[in-house]
Structures are given as C-alpha cells and as structure tokens.
Design a protein around this ligand. Structure first.
Ligand code: HGY
Ligand code: MN
Ligand code: MN
Ligand code: MN
Length: 410
C-alpha cells in the first residue's frame, strides 16, 4: 500500500518555499516576519491533521502525534525552515515537510505506532544575523548559553529579543532543555548540498558522519583617514589587514591533513565603507569545518597565530570572538544499518557518505542516536536560488524515512 503521497508532499515544498521575501528568491531569514509567517503556515498544516502543536521556549515549532505507548521517549523528525540569504527551496524544509508527510500518511491510513512522533522545525539552524547557528537545537541540548543570548545584530538587537520575536521565551530556556535518553531517535532528511550522490549515481545517501564547525567573529580596528591625503606609509588600514588575514585562513586550510578541512570567510563588513576613506574597521566571520576535531584545532591555531602577527605588522588592533564550536559526529552502526535497510527497500542505489554541511543533528547527537538520509541536489549546489531536488528523489527519501520509523517502532 502506497503510504507517502508524492504530490501532496511536493505541494507542501512549493507552498512553504513560496513564502519568501519579495524580490529576493527563496529567502526566509530567521527572526523575521516572513520566517514567522512560514511557521504559522506549518503550524496550521500540523493542526489540520490533529497533531498537538506548540512553540517551545527556544521558539522551536513542534507537532506531536501521540503513540500507543505514550510513556516511551519520542522519535523526533526535524530540520529547519529558515534559509540563508538568496537561499534555495529545499535546504531544511525538505526535512521538516517529509516529517509532516510521514505523520499525515500515518494518520490518513490509521496506522498507530508505539512511539510518539515529534515533527520539529528547529529555530534558526542557519547562522543568523547574530552569528550563531542551530539556535533551537542548542536550546534542547543546553548549548545555548546566556552569553550567546547577548549576541547582537548590526542594529544592536540581542539574540534574546530575536527569540522572543520568534515566539520563544529566552528567560526560561531551561524548560525546553532535554536530558539525554528522553528522545528515542532523531531522524533528519536533507538535500546533500554537495556532488557525491550525483557522482555515484545514487538515489539516496546514508550519512556516516557530520563535520564539526568552529566559528569566530574577527574585528580589526585601524585608523579611518582621508584616502587622498594619507601617505601609504602612514596608514593603519583595517581592510588590507583583514584581507591578509582572510588569505591566511585560506592558506591554513589548504595544508596537508589526514582529513579534509575547509575554511571560509563569508561575512566581511567594512566601515565606514566609503571610496575616499581609508577603512577604519572591518568585522568578518570565519568558519573552519572538518570531520576531524584535531584538524579543526590545527587550522584554527595556525590561523589565529597569523592574525596576531599580521595585526602587529600592520599596526592594527584585532579582537577575536569565539562565536561557537559544534563537534563533529559519527553515526552509530545500528542506526546506519537501520537506514541502509530502509533505503534499500525503495532503491538499490544507496551509498554512505559524510556531511560537509552542519545540521541540527550535531546538537541532537548529544541527546539521542541520530540518523540522516540525503537526497541528491542538482549539480550538487545549495545555498543559492539554483538549489533543486527532484520530486522522485524526495519521494524515495520520504518512503525510506517512513520505513525507518516503522521498523524502529515495531
Ligand atoms: O551551513 C551549513 O552547513 C548548513 O547548511 N546550515
Ligand atoms: Mn543551510
Ligand atoms: Mn540545512
Ligand atoms: Mn572630503
């Protein structure tokens, strides 16, 4: 009997993806009115099929389908509905909406399972304007610290105020913190956001591990001055110093290591950013990722040493803020086997692969066994308007995910 409704699932992807800010494709940044609107839509979809729906203190949206043995710890199926700027239509929402389709199909076919199923849209999985990512799943794992709540955006608004705007209650985060063992299993379907499935002609991927991510915010203070009258040997140019630090990160990440590593500067703000002013201040964001914790350490230490020496040579001040560190995870064999078996029931082209993208699963691995299923994305691209996944692959992924839930909870 066909349980997953392919067309209904595909329609929800387009319904939610179309809730995007005008003149910017597929953008629903966390802590914005458009983001809240998208979550209102999701909560109405959940209520319509009779789920218990709520937003917790971390502003996480949770829809619960109660199992026949309600005392068992729940199965959580989650991901996120926020996007990067100029994002795509599948990153995050594919996982939330596959979860929604799974409970819709169980309700529709009167299939009751032992475990309660929680469908969760975790708040602000993407690095937000406050610099932090996986905000909602950090609230569950206990890794959303009081200091992080004071992080501000360029308007000086705090993350705490933003969580309140999203419907959370940051002064009572302890209420949504979970203890290890109170969740039976965490499952997440996601687009791969890379080329490996395509290169291997695979329909589905079982994630073997997920990278850890070290994030810094670097502030370089030089001396703003007139661009016409300040001789080159009398400048404390914050931008050229920050540019040399950026190249130092690239050089450090290009070293030879036992595991792949990447280093990126994706945010680079120059002040006052005028063509005739020697830049006085630059703030830039750094992230270093690897499946190996020690490789992250090596690259981070190399980079930070260079930052200090460049600042000295160029006579600028530098401030380094350690924004966050998420640990890499290895998926346990039992869960990998469960997902392999579940995927092979719907297709024989399944491979195992690591994830170079971070996910809420990083935080959830501190609370429960986690498993992820990847579906291919066009040209392996993501975090761009061209991001695309095929309806058939999404459908196969949803069927595999449902197989895993039924198998785990039988
Ligand atoms: O940045 C990431 O790895 C994910 O797409 N949030
Ligand atoms: Mn993303
Ligand atoms: Mn994502
Ligand atoms: Mn002038």
């Amino acid at each position: 009997m066909e349980l997953i409704n392919k067309d209904r699932l595909w329609k929800t992807i387009n319904d939610l993806a179309d809730i995007t800010i005008e003149n910017q494709p597929w953008t629903r940044r966390s802590f914005t009115a458009k983001y809240n609107q998208g979550r209102e839509w999701l909560m109405s979809e959940m209520s319509e099929i009779g789920l218990e729906v709520k937003k917790d203190e971390g502003a996480n949206v949770i829809g619960r389908l109660i199992g026949t043995e309600p005392n068992l710890p729940p199965i959580v199926i989650g991901s996120h509905t926020d996007t990067v700027p100029n994002g795509g239509r599948f990153d995050g929402i594919a996982g939330v909406l596959v979860g929604l389709e799974i409970v819709k199909s169980l309700v529709e076919h009167n299939i009751a399972i032992k475990h309660t199923i929680e469908i969760v849209d975790f708040t602000a999985e993407e690095p937000s304007e406050y610099g932090l990512s996986t905000v909602g799943s950090r609230a569950w794992s206990g890794n959303l610290t009081k200091e992080m709540l004071t992080y501000t955006n360029s308007d000086g608004q705090s993350l705490s105020a933003a969580i309140t705007f999203a419907g959370g209650d940051p002064n009572n985060l302890f209420k949504c913190k979970k203890e290890k063992g109170t969740i039976a299993l965490y499952l997440e379907l996601h687009i791969e956001q890379g080329p490996v499935l395509l290169r291997n002609n695979a329909n589905l991927g079982v994630v073997a591990g997920i990278v850890g991510i070290q994030r810094y915010k670097i502030s370089v203070d030089g001396l703003p001055n007139h661009a016409g009258t300040t001789p080159m040997d009398m400048r404390n140019d914050a931008l050229t110093a920050a540019a040399e630090m950026t190249l130092a990160l690239e050089k450090a990440a290009n070293g030879e290591f036992e595991q792949p590593v990447v280093g990126t500067v994706g945010v680079f703000n120059n002040f006052p950013n005028a063509s005739n002013v020697v830049p006085g201040k630059v703030e830039f964001a750094v992230e270093i990722r690897s499946i190996s914790e020690e490789v992250i350490e090596k690259v981070a230490n190399d980079f930070l040493e260079n930052v200090d020496s460049i600042a000295g040579d160029r006579n600028v001040n530098v401030q380094i803020e350690n924004i966050s560190r998420s640990s890499s995870i290895v998926v346990n064999d039992e869960i990998k086997q469960l997902l392999q078996n579940s995927c092979r029931k719907v297709t024989d082209s399944v491979i195992e692969l690591p994830s170079g993208a971070g996910h809420d699963a990083n935080q959830m691995s501190l609370l429960a066994p986690v498993g992820m299923i990847f579906i291919p994305c066009k040209d392996g691209r993501s975090h761009c308007p061209e991001e695309w996944a095929e309806k058939e692959d999404l459908y196969l992924g949803a069927k595999a995910m449902l197989n895993a839930v039924l198998e785990f909870s039988k």
